[in-house]
Design a protein around this ligand. Structure first.
Ligand SMILES: Cc1ncc(COP(=O)(O)O)c(C=O)c1O
Length: 275
């Protein structure tokens, strides 16, 4: 609504990417440069062409439901906009490559209720106020001009974000966070890859460090609930995969300690032995 004047470009890598593209269609021409829908979003497409006359190119850096992630800061011939809801602050990011980054706070930085939007000043001047009426509340300029207090801000979530950011700094910042995330996800992916009953759903080179999706091999699928029950008995819940993928999803966001990863790996081994 703020930036589409004549044409926009989208990379369709999952439900959230697709929903963003669907909304854009209501405001002008929208090009889908590539989609991984053909394989239930299990990979990040490559080798696509971004139209050089688009107002912006929109990506979703981490696809929460499918466990795929764009873990690099890409070059784009047009303004790059990224939904970073589920991997923001999980690694050092070259923010200069993006004209806008946005997301919900509720994965890595705080509780639900707060959102973050970063916009380059040069991009802000491109807001499409001459193309359409943008309601005051929806215009990003309104929030910048009012120091993010145009409406009553959710003070508790914002306070919690401040405390989380202090914690992030205290452990050594984003470099350290990335190293911890690589280690946690690595242990879990290794456990999946070396298992004779579990298998990962995302293509290896597109794998996310934040959401690790895996299923039981077809011959064991009927045992899915047994594994969830075993996890529950050990105090682990929320491991059921999204209904569109099935199986299991272990979210290893910044806040998840290594102990939790080790506990899950232990449970996976125990379950495998029991079969
Ligand atoms: C990448 C991504 N974008 C957007 C959303 C939507 O967030 P909300 O439910 O806060 O609108 C989610 C939620 O999981 C997400 O993972």
């Amino acid at each position: 609504m703020n930036f589409l004047k004549t044409k926009s470009a989208y990379l369709d890598t999952g439900v959230w990417a697709n929903k963003a593209m669907k909304e854009a269609k209501g405001f002008g021409e929208t090009i889908c440069v590539a989609s991984s829908k053909d394989k239930n979003y299990t990979y990040i497409p490559k080798g696509y062409v971004i139209p050089s006359d688009a107002d912006y190119f929109h990506i979703t850096t981490n696809n929460t439901i499918y466990g795929t992630e764009i873990r690099y800061d890409m070059d784009s011939p047009v303004s790059l906009i990224a939904d970073m809801s589920s991997d923001f602050l999980s690694r050092p990011t070259d923010i200069s490559k993006y004209d806008m980054v946005y997301g919900g706070a509720q994965k890595n930085i705080g509780p639900a209720g707060a959102t973050f939007v970063l916009i380059k000043e040069s991009f802000l001047s491109k807001i499409a106020t001459e193309t359409r009426h943008i309601p005051t509340m929806f215009n990003y300029k309104t929030h910048i001009e009012n120091d993010s207090m145009f409406n009553t801000p959710p003070v508790m979530p914002i306070f919690t974000i401040k405390e989380t950011l202090k914690w992030l700094k205290s452990i050594g910042g984003l470099k350290k966070m990335e190293a911890m995330n690589i280690e946690k996800a690595g242990i879990l992916y290794n456990a999946i890859d070396s298992s004779s009953i579990f298998v990962g759903t995302a293509e290896a080179e597109s794998r996310s460090l934040m959401n690790i999706c895996f299923v039981l091999k077809p011959e064991y699928t009927e045992k899915e609930n047994d594994f969830l029950d075993l996890c529950k008995a050990k105090g682990m819940s929320g491991l059921k995969g999204h209904r569109s993928v099935g199986g299991f999803r272990a979210s290893t966001y910044n806040a998840l300690p290594m102990e939790s990863v080790l506990a899950l790996v232990e449970a996976m081994k125990e379950f495998e032995k029991s079969l």
